[in-house]
Design a protein around this ligand. Structure first.
Ligand SMILES: C[S@@+](CC[C@H](N)C(=O)[O-])C[C@H]1O[C@@H](n2cnc3c(N)ncnc32)[C@H](O)[C@@H]1O
Ligand code: SF4
Length: 350
């Protein structure tokens, strides 16, 4: 097999891109996304106001295939062992830097405005330099309005901020508990190192190097009764994304899975109770399974609770690949998927 063909076929499996949104006309972007009660249900009010537009069919199709916001899971390797993880280490392949850049350029040419680097653990490969070079490329060469990362935080060094911090808009650190023993039980830990101390350290580096700081938490059987409000308010992230633990067949559930996450799963009601307890935290953005399942938004078709990969964008281009992915634009908007995502537009007091 020729190298490019080999890479492209690997790409099919490995360049797991979450097409987070479509380009849609907005009256305005929202700098704050609130959470509160709406009607009977709690924790759902993400207010976005799409402008109604009459579009012809061709244009509508075009809007449906524009990957405004993309998640790029460039590695599946990780140093943590979170028992619920739905992105497991099925392979150690990482695309060569130049090919990764080529894919990103294709996405930019197709309308990408926001890139989020995820994994596996994105700071693991090449001690964070691979990631740093992609961040730099996306900001300086592709001039993307928003470049972000989601990480467990354990491998991040101050030096990385010194080298690449200018080009990063948002850093999200995952933290599921403010109790060290719970983190150990979940597997959100490496050895005896404190995940929470690290979270605080990264929070202050973000402040120092002017990167917007976010927190992600997965609510599961081990942390569902916790009250995290005080800790979150103290850390004061721009957003606190709270996910209901999700099962994906072949990843963390089912025969071929590397993990069995069933024991972490909580009911919708338990999730709602957790949200109710944290109603006083204004930066909270909830993600219940109901919503996530409706629009996993990858170039992986996750509509059936599986990850069926689309064709590679390097083989067939972005439009054809994204058509496969079962994207639900309305659900994206309902979740407040589009918000102020460039640090230049955030009114931050650094
Ligand atoms: C797969 S991780 C990769 C990035 C990095 N290793 C981390 O943990 O932040 C991306 C996000 O998915 C979340 N996640 C992992 N497994 C999940 C699950 N079963 N349900 C919901 N969210 C999950 C993680 O907590 C994290 O915020
Ligand atoms: S840190 Fe946890 S959630 Fe993130 S990739 Fe590793 S095992 Fe999965």
């Amino acid at each position: 097999m020729r190298l490019s063909a080999a890479i492209a076929s690997q790409m099919r499996l490995l360049m797991q891109l979450l097409a987070d949104a479509l380009r849609v006309a907005f009256a305005s972007f929202f700098s704050k996304v609130g959470y509160g009660r709406t009607g009977a249900g709690a924790g759902t009010a993400l207010s976005v106001t799409p402008v109604e537009r009459k579009v012809d069919e061709g244009r509508a199709q075009n809007e449906m295939t524009t990957p405004t916001s993309v998640n790029y899971h460039f590695t599946r390797q990780c140093n943590y062992k979170c028992g619920f993880c739905f992105h497991t280490a099925k392979t150690s392949f990482v695309l060569p830097l130049d090919e990764a850049k080529r894919g990103l350029k294709l996405l930019k040419e197709s309308g990408m405005e926001k890139i989020n680097f995820s994994g596996g653990e994105p700071f693991l490969h090449d001690k964070g330099d691979f990631l740093g070079k992609l961040v730099q490329y996306c900001k300086q060469d592709l001039r993307l309005p928003s470049v972000s990362i989601v990480s467990n935080g354990s491998m991040i060094k101050e030096k990385w901020f010194q080298k690449y911090g200018d080009d990063l808009d948002i850093l999200a650190i995952s933290c599921d508990s403010f109790d060290e023993a719970t983190n150990q039980l979940i597997g959100r830990a490496q050895g005896r190192k404190s995940h929470i101390d690290n979270l605080h350290k990264i929070c202050s580096w973000c402040q120092q190097y002017r990167v917007a700081f976010k927190i992600n938490s997965v609510i599961n059987t081990f942390n569902v009764d916790e009250d995290m409000a005080e800790n979150i308010l103290q850390l004061n992230p721009v957003r606190w994304k709270v996910f209901q633990c999700l099962l994906i067949d072949g990843e963390n559930a089912g025969e071929k899975a590397l993990r069995e996450a069933e024991r972490f799963v909580i009911s919708e009601q338990m999730f709602q109770e957790f949200l109710e307890r944290h109603i006083g935290v204004p930066c909270l953005v909830p993600e219940s399974n109901e919503k996530v399942r409706d629009e996993i938004m990858r170039f992986l078709d996750c509509r059936e609770g599986r990850k069926d990969p689309s064709k590679s964008i390097l083989d067939v281009g972005v439009k054809e690949a994204i058509c496969f992915s079962g994207f639900d634009e309305k659900m994206f908007l309902k979740r407040g998927g589009k918000y102020v995502w460039s640090k230049a537009d955030m009114k931050m007091e650094w």
